[in-house]
Structure formats: C-alpha cells, structure tokens
Write a protein that binds this ligand. Structure first.
Ligand code: NAP
Length: 347
C-alpha cells in the first residue's frame, strides 16, 4: 500500500524536546520521521548512540538506527520540527526556511518576528495567514509559545471573548523538564524552590499580547492587556502549575466562567486533529485539584486543567491552572500546529 505520510525531520533531535517529538511522532497518522539532525557532537552517529534517551517508552525502532545529520538545509524532507537550542535556533531555522523548508519551532528566536505566527491552534489559527507574507522562497517559519504561556492563554481565551479582560497576575510553579536535560542541578532544587527562571517572566507577559492579537491587513495588532508574571522552578518533573488572578471588563458570575471554559473549542477540535485534546479545558470542583502528578497527562497531555475558581479581594477572580510543559507546552503543541497546517493545505 502507498505510504501517504508526510516525511519530516527533527532538528535538535537529541534534546529533551527533540526526544519528545520522536516519541509523539511514533505511529503518527500524518507524519513520519525520516531525518534527524543535531549538533556536530551527534552528527555521524546512530541516533541510539548519540542520544541520552530519558523518556519512559523505548526509542522507536525506525529511528534508533538512523544516522544523525548536521543541521544543514540538505535534509530529504520539506517539513522540519525544531527543538534546537536557542543559541543556534534563530540562524539555523532561517537557513532552512530560505531553502524552502517549512519550520515548526519550539524555540523563542522567531516568536516575536512580525511575520511569524505564534500559533495556538485553538486560539489564533487565522494568524497562519502571516506565512503568505514571509520572504522565504516558499519556505515558512511557524512558532509555538513558551511552555507557561500556553496553559495561561488557553484558560484566558474564552474569558476574553465572553467578558473582556483588563489585567492578569500570574505566579508559576514550573517543572524541571522545562529546563531541558540535565537542567537544574539536584543540589540546587532538592528541598528547594528557585524564584527565578531567566527570560521567562517577560515571555509570559508579552507572548499572550501577540497570540490574542487581531490579524488585519497582513499584520497582528497586539492586544494590550496588563499582565504581571512571577516564575518559580519547583521539584516537579513535568507539568507547570500557575496561580492566576483576573480583572474583567465585564465581571461575570462564577457559573458563567465555568460555562465559558466548558464550551471552549477551536479549529483542532473541528478538524478532529490527532493531537487535539477532545476538550481543551477541564474544570475540577475538588479544592485540592489540579495537581501535576495526577492531571498532567489528561487528553494526551494536551488539555489544560483548571480548579479553585473563587472571588479575589484584589482582582475579580482567582484560579489555578495546570498544563503539561513538554507535551502541550513544547513538542505536542508544535505537532498540533503541523496537523492544523496539514488540515488547511499549508503543508
Ligand atoms: P536541550 O535538551 O538542551 O536540546 C538542545 C538540542 O539542540 C540538542 O539536540 C542539541 O544537539 C542541539 N544543539 C545544541 N547546539 C547545537 C548546534 N550548535 N548546532 C545544532 N544543534 C545544536 O534543550 P530542550 O529542553 O530540548 O529545548 C530545546 C528548545 O526548545 C529550546 O530553545 C527551549 O527553550 C525550547 N523549549 C523547551 C521546552 C521544555 O519543556 N524543555 C518547552 C518549550 C520550549 P546535541 O545533543 O548534539 O548537543
């Protein structure tokens, strides 16, 4: 039978996000990993020898014995998913796009480019129009947001649409896997909380403005809500928890907020995409939920869990959210972007 899957490459295939791409792409109905690329340190080695595999499922057989290549735009695919270190991602991704590749990236480097979508498929699928104005000779770059941004914007989107939001305060408790491997030293994090993650707070304050921005006349008009973020690293392996306070334009009731969350759906659900959560937002009535160990894998690790919605004496309401940082917040989120692009005939 003819194989109709789209061959794809993974840039940064040996890293934490790269491994997650390879794990999630195993048996994927649209895409098949045929090319792997990483740094000069890994190039020329079999993948199984180059990678320090840290995931709980085995390395997929069709990938283990492939030879890792350098991140040069001579791979035999048209689409690459990128989990490259941000020190090189900007330049390498530009080179690939200029040679006609479609690059779907987790790295921060191109997120703020005015012609690059910062895509959350449930929220701003229309921003994909931007790639028509990119100057890459038929190539394209699409990015997905920071791992903490993604859970926050999914929870806020139906609230913005239904009631309008003036201001948001968010305090994160972020998992260790967000720092890559080997990440934070055990002597730094055991019995401890680190109240600083470099560059994270500014991403959380700025990325939602672009994601919620209005696409008009070939540009994105950023939204301009006030967001204040404080980010902490905690001893959790996967799953970012965020305590959120919201001031509304038109203050809704608690029941109206829960209804808006329950009814929220977007294009991934409409197209029934393979990595789309069936229900993007899950609200828990139990006071002790959501918890990373219990809820991070809901709906393939692609859904956002929410709980503890209550009145706030400073803002209008406060609540807690939880989102899987390497599934929804990295490789799974980028994969969903790729699936949406395929559904829309863009790859
Ligand atoms: P990582 O584990 O350090 O992996 C980095 C990858 O980049 C490795 O495959 C590495 O290859 C490759 N690389 C490094 N230097 C290179 C060079 N000079 N040329 C070509 N390849 C090079 O990092 P990560 O945690 O997976 O993160 C990857 C990117 O995703 C980062 O930009 C990060 O900010 C972003 N991100 C991460 C998360 C998360 O939860 N971890 C979430 C969202 C976004 P070698 O193995 O050969 O060195």
């Amino acid at each position: 039978m003819e194989n109709k899957k789209i061959p794809v490459g993974v840039l940064g295939a040996t890293g934490s996000v790269g491994q997650k791409f390879i794990q999630l792409l195993e048996g994927h109905p649209y895409f098949e990993v045929t090319e792997l690329a990483a740094s000069e340190r890994s190039a020329g080695k079999l993948y199984k020898d180059a990678v320090n595999w840290i995931l709980s499922t085995p390395i997929p057989e069709n990938v283990a014995n492939k030879t890792v290549k350098e991140c040069k735009p001579n791979l035999d695919v048209k689409v690459v998913f990128s989990g490259l270190d941000s020190s090189v991602a900007g330049e390498v991704e530009t080179e690939f796009a200029k040679k006609g590749y479609t690059v779907i990236s987790n790295s921060k480097n191109h997120r703020t480019d005015s012609d690059v979508p910062l895509l959350v498929p449930e929220i701003n699928a229309d921003h994909l129009e931007l790639i028509k104005s990119q100057k890459y000779n038929g190539g394209a770059i699409v990015t997905n947001p920071n791992c903490s941004t993604i859970g926050l914007v999914l929870a806020l989107k139906p609230l913005i649409d239904n009631f309008g939001i003036e201001a948001v305060n968010v305090v994160t408790m972020q998992a260790l896997s967000g720092a890559g491997y080997p990440g934070v030293s055990s002597l730094d994090i055991i019995d401890n909380v680190i109240p600083f993650i470099g560059g994270e707070e500014s991403k959380l304050e700025s990325e939602p403005q672009k994601i919620f921005g209005k696409y008009s006349g070939g540009i994105i008009e950023h939204l301009g809500i006030k967001i204040s973020a404080q980010c902490n690293r905690v001893q959790v392996i996967d799953g970012h928890t965020e305590c959120v306070q919201v001031k509304f334009k038109n203050k809704p009731t608690i029941e109206q907020i829960k209804k808006a969350w329950a009814e929220f759906k977007g294009e991934p659900q409409k197209y029934n995409l393979p990595f789309a959560p069936i229900q993007p937002l899950h609200y828990f009535e139990e006071d002790r939920y959501p918890q990373p160990r219990i809820h991070r894998n809901i709906d393939k690790g692609m859904a956002t869990s929410i709980g503890r919605l209550r009145e706030c004496p400073l803002f209008d309401y406060k609540f807690v959210i939880l989102s899987h940082n390497t599934n929804r917040g990295a490789a799974g989120g980028a994969l969903l972007c790729g699936e949406l692009m395929k559904a829309k005939g863009l790859i």
